[in-house]
Design a protein around this ligand. Structure first.
Ligand code: HEM
Length: 230
């Protein structure tokens, strides 16, 4: 099978991916200190760092939303049932028997059906819940600190539980995500792709993008220009 080295992740996409990973890890580190799981920065400092990182995270989310819609890349996350079961079977069994990957990665369809579902769930559910509960936490708690005792504290407890549950989910996601990045063609090929942008894909899979491109003109435009600019 011929392989071809192609640009899969544009410069913005890589910047967004790594900055998001760093911010989530830092928010988890400071968040669990606020939760009293350990002492590292000191409570006051942890709260301050958590708030600054949260603002940076929200700005990054804003930029990423703009990028997804202007490039048409949001289409990568449209869920599909095609090969969903095959993909699950592959991760549960096939991978341990050296079975071939059930889904071929292409530039215009770089996520397998399980990734599509998981990432869509993160984008539409977990991250919005974290941002909303975090903002409620910020604007609910701070006035109270300055003596506004009339605010209802029991409401804050629900927000804290939801926010902490989301934090656990995100950490579970990161653990699974890191393991799954090692399941590409080689253990480091996915990592290299997210660092350099380039990955070796089956040549026939790049060809099959042409038929996909016909039905998704927005995606082609963004990718042909991104290949030029890298
Ligand atoms: C835009 C997103 C976020 C905002 C606005 C936000 C905001 C906040 C605020 C205001 C607090 C309370 C600080 C205090 O007690 O004064 C908090 C606590 C916390 N945050 Fe976040 N946060 C965000 C994202 C995250 C993320 C991504 C994680 C983890 C991956 C996280 C984990 C935590 C944890 C574990 C706590 C402690 C909850 C508790 O025990 O009460 N946060 N967050």
């Amino acid at each position: 099978m011929n392989v071809k080295r192609v640009l899969v992740y544009t410069r913005f996409e890589r910047f967004w991916h790594w900055l998001q990973a760093l911010l989530i890890l830092f928010l988890a580190l400071t968040g669990f200190e606020i939760h009293s799981s350990y002492q590292f920065f000191g409570f006051e400092q942890a709260v301050r760092y958590h708030s600054v990182a949260a603002v940076a995270f929200m700005v990054l989310i804003g930029l990423a939303i703009f990028w997804h819609f202007t490039t048409g890349e949001w289409r990568q996350y449209i869920p599909t049932r095609q090969r969903l079961v095959a993909q699950m079977e592959y991760y549960l069994l096939g991978i341990f028997r050296n079975a071939p990957h059930p889904t071929k990665k292409t530039v215009l369809s770089k996520l397998n059906p399980l990734q599509r579902l998981t990432y869509l769930g993160l984008k539409l559910l977990v991250i919005p819940v974290m941002v909303t509960s975090g903002l409620l936490y910020m604007f609910y708690r701070y006035p109270q600190r300055h003596g506004m005792e009339s605010l209802n504290v029991s409401g804050l407890e629900t927000i804290a539980v939801v926010h902490t549950a989301g934090a656990f989910l995100l950490i579970a996601f990161i653990v699974a995500h890191i393991y799954l990045t090692t399941t590409g063609h080689t253990p480091t090929s996915n990592l290299e792709a997210m660092l350099t942008g380039y990955e070796e894909l089956d040549d026939d899979s790049t060809n099959s993008d042409e038929s996909l491109a016909a039905s998704h003109p927005g995606l082609t435009a963004s990718h042909s220009s991104s290949e030029k600019h890298e």
